[in-house]
Design a protein around this ligand. Structure first.
Ligand SMILES: Cc1cc2nc3c(=O)[nH]c(=O)nc-3n(C[C@H](O)[C@H](O)[C@H](O)COP(=O)(O)OP(=O)(O)OC[C@H]3O[C@@H](n4cnc5c(N)ncnc54)[C@H](O)[C@@H]3O)c2cc1C
Ligand code: SF4
Ligand code: SF4
Ligand code: SF4
Length: 367
């Protein structure tokens, strides 16, 4: 018998490994019959177990387990130690408006806009601000939607996903794929964290609709995401010596960076933030979005620039076209080794994340 949501409860939810990505609920074969639902706290649960047809889809696409490892690896040509790397470069958007809106160099947004303007996509799954503290996954259907979603701010204006009484920097982008099942759009780019990309690639490996509509997969480097309630929020304010209302923008690089409205930048080391790390992130071993077509992050680049790693021939072609039209490449003539040094930095952080995940698995007895 195929494993079902009952097994996800035992193996993923009870040990605290659920990302709340929503993949199982969104793509449950019996969702129209009401087998699963999302609870107020963002956790999936049975609505009516009798409606489950035990097809096993929810189990197979869950990013936490190792079902389909070989299939997803073959799909993108993954290999040790951190997936396929065709090339690494450091870039920023040519358009100052895109640069100003972006988290780092606005490169993800500029690339999406280029794909859209050329008619190669009719939409993109991104994250957008919906109200104070709420940043939600969204299907962007226009240039304006894509531009409005630029940045990865976690502040009061750009907000966070709220799960029950908790704030989280995690945004369950997989859920935004739901409308694609009704044929809303047919050529879509997906922007997401490594775990979300894993769910997507599993769906593609299985040929589950609507993953065929995702034509370009843009990954973000990811050390961890945070989840916290009022108590942790107060602790963070005390740790950084700032008041929540003063936050202008937050960025995650090698440490948490808090930009205040008065222009101060407060940097907090990750090891001081263990009290608010999402439990599932402790076991995650993918730093650099190893299954994406292109991976993006600030690490290795100067402020205002983005490090980009092309991983598939498709990703390389997209980046080359964007570089020749809407992006500016960092002046490598001053230091021809700049891009390879950026890659070395990513490799180092990737290795550290894998070691840390292995230690956590060991300690939990699940290795
Ligand atoms: C939770 C998180 C953790 C990160 N951790 C690191 C890190 O440790 N080291 C590092 O170098 N870089 C990290 N990044 C990536 C970095 O913050 C930038 O997103 C990246 O450098 C691209 O910058 P940009 O200016 O080119 O992209 P932009 O032009 O600003 O575009 C960013 C795109 O990402 C989308 N997005 C924003 N937030 C989310 C989210 N939570 N989930 C899914 N999509 C989102 C936006 O809608 C937008 O389309 C992280 C990003 C996120 C969201
Ligand atoms: S019907 Fe399939 S996808 Fe839905 S809960 Fe049951 S096993 Fe999971
Ligand atoms: S698919 Fe996502 S939401 Fe569902 S159990 Fe797995 S991690 Fe949790
Ligand atoms: S650390 Fe891993 S599990 Fe956590 S949000 Fe990032 S990619 Fe997902």
């Amino acid at each position: 018998m195929e494993k079902s949501f009952t097994d996800l409860i035992e193996e993923v939810q009870k040990p605290g490994l659920c990302h709340r990505c929503g993949g199982c609920v969104t793509f449950c074969s019996a969702i129209n019959f009401g087998a699963l639902e999302l609870g107020q706290d963002g956790r999936p649960r049975y609505k009516d177990p009798e409606k489950c047809i035990e097809c096993g889809i929810c189990y197979m696409i869950c990013p936490v387990n190792h079902e389909l490892d070989n299939e997803t690896r073959n799909l993108v040509g993954w290999h040790e130690p951190m997936g396929n790397v065709i090339g690494t470069t450091v870039l920023r958007a040519l358009d100052p408006e895109v640069r100003a809106a972006g988290t780092d160099g606005g490169v993800v947004t500029a690339t999406l806009l280029r794909l859209f303007d050329q008619g190669r996509i009719d939409g993109a799954i991104v994250c957008r601000q919906t109200s104070p503290f709420v940043r939600q996954p969204a299907l962007a259907r226009t240039r304006e939607d894509i531009l409005a979603a630029a940045g990865s701010h976690y502040d009061e204006s750009h907000g966070m996903e709220i799960f029950g009484n908790e704030y989280s920097t995690y945004s369950p982008s997989i859920r935004a794929m739901g409308p694609l099942s009704q044929g809303a759009l047919s050529r879509v780019a997906f922007v997401g964290t490594p775990c979300q990309i894993m769910t997507l690639r599993k769906m593609q490996a299985l040929g589950i609709v609507p993953s065929d509509a995702i034509k370009y997969v843009l990954g973000l480097f990811c050390t961890q995401n945070f989840i916290f309630g009022e108590k942790e929020r107060a602790k963070l304010e005390e740790l950084g010596g700032f008041s929540w209302e003063d936050i202008a923008k937050i960025n995650v690089r090698e440490r948490l960076q808090i930009f205040t409205k008065s222009g101060e930048v407060i940097k907090i080391e990750f090891d001081k933030l263990k009290f608010m790390i999402r439990p599932a992130c402790r076991f995650c071993d993918d730093y650099s979005a190893e299954y994406a077509d292109i991976s993006f992050g600030g690490v290795g680049a100067e402020p205002g620039w983005t490090t980009a790693i092309s991983r598939t021939p498709l990703g390389r072609a997209v980046l080359a076209d964007a570089r020749d039209s809407v992006l500016e490449q960092y002046n490598l003539s001053q230091n021809p080794r700049y891009a390879s040094e950026a890659l070395a930095k990513v490799e180092e952080l990737s290795r550290k994340k894998k070691e840390s995940a292995a230690r956590c698995l060991d300690a939990s007895g699940r290795a």
